[in-house]
Write a protein that binds this ligand. Structure first.
Ligand code: NAP
Length: 244
């Protein structure tokens, strides 16, 4: 069997490690990060050229199954994967780690988009810790607040006038997040509902400090696509295909 994993996440790397070398695995990365963490197995980097390009790649490389293990907010590639799998007649599974759930003491404000998150900031705080990634900062460009932007690679304009950039990559520790909120005088946090443990400590640190959190909701998984919540669940799906 040849499995194509659309990756760029911790879960995608974990899945490649669960399947390789018994199953032939190719992981695909978009090429956004300058020095990405590479999974085991074969790796290809760069876009496919839309759903048709992805379907052509699948056929040309005799892919038997596709797993969309991209980030929950990588909406375009997930849509393309659904279309390409239907065109190329290969099974598709979406691997989506569960979203975060608020607990007592959390002061969460839900937003449908980055734009809505930006609009919610007025009245919530003046010093914003923005952890939504380096793409999409334009949504905050007209905000009057001061921003601490944390991202893996340097963001590009447009971005808010008053911005300090912190280049860093998870996993992050609770002590580190507590210290950061205190050191920068943060009074509001903005995050996507990415889920997972690697970036969750900021939520607990915000709760402890009584800081409100604007949390951007996930886009839906394309209609009709089967999902698994963990790399183990996705590996079981592959093994089921191999046996069936
Ligand atoms: P996106 O908007 O859904 O995708 C834009 C285009 O990038 C796609 O149409 C595709 O180009 C290419 N692409 C995306 N993921 C790819 C992959 N795994 N392999 C090959 N091409 C891919 O994606 P995005 O939000 O920019 O995210 C890009 C990558 O970063 C994803 O792989 C994702 O897992 C990772 N990531 C994203 C976030 C986030 O918050 N969005 C956070 C952490 C990691 P073509 O149409 O030319 O094929």
């Amino acid at each position: 069997m040849h499995v194509l994993i659309l990756g760029g996440t911790t879960e995608a790397r974990a899945l490649a490690a669960l399947l390789h070398p018994e199953t032939r695995v190719t992981s695909s990365l978009a090429g956004r990060v300058a020095s990405p963490r590479l999974p085991v197995g074969e790796v290809r980097i760069g876009g496919f050229g839309g759903a048709d390009g992805l379907a052509a790649w699948v056929r040309e490389h005799h892919v038997d199954a596709v797993i969309d293990a991209t980030h929950p907010f990588a909406e375009n590639i997930s849509f393309n994967a659904a279309r390409a799998a239907a065109t190329a007649h290969v099974p598709l599974l979406a691997l989506r780690r569960p979203g975060w759930v608020p607990v007592e003491g959390d002061r969460w404000h839900s937003a449908a988009s980055l734009e809505e998150a930006a609009a919610l900031l007025d009245g919530l705080g003046e010093r914003v810790f923005l952890t939504t990634g380096r793409m999409g900062l334009a949504a905050f460009a007209d905000c009057p607040q001061w921003f601490l932007v944390r991202s893996v690679d340097a963001p590009e304009s447009p971005m808010p006038d008053r911005t300090e950039v912190l280049l860093d990559r998870g996993p992050f520790t609770l002590d580190g997040e507590r210290d950061l909120l205190h050191r920068y005088g943060i009074d509001v946090l903005v995050t996507k509902d990415s889920g997972g443990a690697a970036t969750a400590p900021k939520l607990r640190a915000a709760r402890e400090a009584g800081i409100p959190v604007v949390i951007v909701r996930r886009p839906p998984v394309p209609e009709g696509v089967e999902t698994a919540a963990s790399p183990e669940g996705a590996a079981a799906w592959v093994h089921g295909l191999a046996e069936g």
